[in-house]
Design a protein around this ligand. Sequence first.
Ligand code: UD1
Length: 386
Amino acid sequence: MKIISVVGARPNFMKIAPFIKAIDDYNALNNNSIEHLLVHTGQHYDDRMSRSFFEQLEIPAADINLGIGSGSHAEQVGQTMIAFEKVVKMEKPDWVVVVGDVNAILACSVTAKKEHVLCCHIEAGLRSGDMDMPEEINRLVADRLSDLLLTPDTISSENLRKEGLADDKIVFTGNIMIDTLERNRVKASVLKIEDIIKNNRIGGGSKSLLEIKSENFALMTLHRPSNVDSKEVLEPIVRFMLDEVCRDMPLLWTVHPRTRKMLESFGLWEEIMSHENLIPLEPLGYLEMLKLNMHTKIILTDSGGLQEECTVLGTPCLTLRWNTERPVTLIEHGGASVLVGNNINRIREEYQKALLKARKPVRPELWDGKTAGRCLGAILDYKITT
Ligand code: UD1
């Protein structure tokens, strides 16, 4: 059997690492019977957004890099399709495996199906219901086209059934990101918070540098276009962080490239860089982020993956979005996250409540570190019915 798996952007890397490991483990016992090729579309290309994840998570170098880079959605998707079609025609795989919800999954699932290749989507069935989110469109297309839909939770399986997708395509395999978390917990825990700051600090934080202790700092990430692309939304969030969070404790902010560009263009960057209790950091490696997540008092984020990691680590999490495709991570479903959107009154209210909360780790069903093996098993068990 020949499998091509595809990655494009940062959140894909922690999902593909355990899948490749599962193939290696299978091959070691089965005479290398699976031929696997890893294709990187090149959407994320910086060392900090890509290479460091390959190194830390021991992902083998991509066999093929399509070199797509930055651009509008249509440019990224269109160029990926053109380049990936050539790869599929040449390599003739039995399966194309896509993970998560970035632009690569839309481009490569369409291309796979047009080339009559079976397609498997790992992390299928997540739905935010928000069609303004580029990822929602990617998920809808990839799920509609995939022959095998591997879901992280039972709510996602149900979403797919409600959309009329055939039951025999849907397999509940669990959350593959948690395989990576469990595999790297010990490695992350031995890192030192001071070293992470020293090695990744962009500036700022003169007062707070000596005050960073476990459970005595806040951690923030922000990168959704809906939060960072307009000054009317971003500036009040920044004000809240500087005037209120930083009054209570040091704030570590790992700044995504998109967010940095916007902060600079809105004239907010200098103030962030010079605030004595805010420490802006470069985008962090997987292990560094996991370590900070294990020790922060609270996370403020618009990332989907962090909501999941906070659930398993029990970190109180304010999700700066109005909806989520991952309801299983919300407090009402037993998780650690609360949706606060970008309304400052709501953020303030939930922030105050979250500060009073203790860590409460939770493990949703099949978030057990063994998902990748089940994903590969589902592919190997797949029976062509038509
Ligand atoms: C993408 C994903 C999003 C994911 C996020 C994680 C889609 C639709 N979005 O969004 O789901 O949560 O990755 O980071 O696929 N840039 C760099 N260096 C890089 C890559 C990008 O500086 O290595 C810059 C680009 O020039 C661009 C900005 O970062 O200005 C955003 O990159 P883009 O590829 O548009 O997507 P993300 O916002 O990162």
